[in-house]
Write a protein that binds this ligand. Structure first.
Ligand code: SF4
Length: 189
């Protein structure tokens, strides 16, 4: 585990301050649509587990959103199992390790899917809009887009991290959970 437990109360704040773009996008879409398809659910659920969200909080978090769309009963019947499964409480107790950037970048989201790496899978227009929302602009935006054009997606993410936190990240970004923990370290008072 890369960081101490996080609570349900903190999650909105943390998403805004410390989630990399891939997690932010899934998080925002979940809040907007109250639903995520399987690929997005998997990617976000195990990332949240990886940053320290406990099972009870995870169930409460997903239920609060999905209930608005499919109802609490259907959530309990159809979706809660998957969350418990991620935490090794159901089925084969598969050990789910949160996906690395490489794995996320090489995934192949279809239309309507929100998983994947935005630097790789977004259109230029959508990526620029998403980066703008994170406070990236001007020269920094062009530097990020330049890395994207050269297919250096993790470097593009690293530049975004550096611009937002105003520090250098010499190790580079190779895992969304690493982005998160580096961000928490950088923002510690
Ligand atoms: Fe997420 Fe990694 Fe892509 Fe950054 S480079 S958005 S952390 S998958």
């Amino acid at each position: 585990k890369e960081y101490a437990e996080i609570s349900l109360k903190e999650i909105n704040l943390l998403a805004n301050s410390s989630f990399p773009l891939c997690m932010r996008h899934l998080f925002d879409k979940l809040k907007e649509d109250h639903h995520l398809k399987h690929g997005g659910r998997m990617q976000l659920a195990i990332l949240l587990m990886g940053i320290g969200l406990k099972l009870d909080d995870a169930l409460a978090f997903w239920k609060a959103e999905f209930s608005k769309k499919v109802g609490a009963e259907r959530f309990d019947k159809e979706y809660a199992y998957g969350i418990r499964h991620n935490y090794g409480k159901e089925g084969k107790r598969t050990d789910y390790t949160p996906y690395s950037c490489q794995k996320i970048i090489s995934s192949t989201p279809s239309i309507g899917d929100h998983h994947g790496c935005p630097y790789r899978h977004f259109s230029e227009e959508n990526l620029r809009a998403a980066l703008g929302k994170m406070g990236i602009g001007g020269r920094q935006m062009e530097d990020v887009m330049d890395k994207v054009r050269h297919r250096h997606y993790q470097l593009a993410c690293t530049l975004t991290f550096e611009a937002i936190h105003n520090i250098s990240c010499d190790s580079g970004i190779n895992h969304p959970n690493q982005y998160f923990s580096e961000s928490r370290k950088a923002l510690q008072p």
